[in-house]
Design a protein around this ligand. Sequence first.
Ligand code: PBG
Length: 345
Amino acid sequence: STRPDGGFFGSSPFQGQFPQTRLRRNRQSTWSRALTQEKHLHVSNLIWPVFVIDGANHEEEVASMPGVFRRTIDRLLPALQEAETLGIPAVAIFPVTESRLKDPEGTEAINPENLVCRTVRAIKEAGLSLGVICDVALDPYTSHGHDGILRNGVIVNDETVARLCQQAVVQAQAGCDVIAPSDMMDGRIGAIRNALDEAQFQHVQLLSYAAKYASAFYGPFRDAVGSASQLGQGDKKTYQMNPANTDEAIREVAMDLAEGADMIMVKPGMPYLDIVHRVKATFGVPTFAYQVSGEYSMIAGAAEKGWVNRELVMLESLLAFRRAGADGILTYFAVEAARRLKNIQ
Ligand code: PBG
């Protein structure tokens, strides 16, 4: 008899007609591909990071993030309403702070009337029901662009943590649902948990940016919030993780969970999917990944050039996060992806 393998397998366990197992059989039709799909992207997996600026009736595109806007609160609210209607569960608010409000200690971070607090209050007063996530870190407010307090060239850990606790409480008072420390100081999760509990905010959730790397992929974000010029040639390598490390991410996550983190974030996202996978597999806790600004801009920029298909690459990249084990994804594509998932436009 003629065998399609030309006898290549010799006396292999394959008896009879080769091949008996054909993986292409399940791929041959749309219905069968749907039936055998292992992971899915759903709108409930999406968290939308947004930039807010002071003023009224204004929005502007971020130059290095085509399709992403900085909006004043009054313009942000309708955009958030649309996100909520689409079914996006939560947003992360990032304020653009005027330089005159920045100082070496990031004092504006603990001003209950700062832009992020006013934004949270406006969202709650508008009756929106989506979850509101606020970063805890000093970089939107420091004149040097670092996430902590700088003394004699050193980001001082414990003094910074005390300031971060105040920042967290002020944001919780404004109505923030989820406090997301993104500063990478040691011990901040436990300290912030205690501070929130003492202020009667036991219900406020903690999403720890536990494995946050010193990444060049944050470039466009720093443009967007105006911390790039402050930071200059500086970097955050004394507190953010070395991109070469994996075991250390597991230690960071273990410590943050022990200190009371409710949810864990890995950041950046796409270049760090191995970390997402290992964190989820090791701890089995709610694990989120941040498709950061540089990742967004690579896709958006290449799509603008006509080099990749924006929509297809967007959806494939988001599905890849799910395959790696992420429960949710912070992505600047959130609204666009949600519309696409719901077949709108
Ligand atoms: C600051 C912060 C950064 C991002 C989120 N929070 C930048 C940084 O650490 O310098 C980056 C997000 C992005 O690039 O989209 N604590």
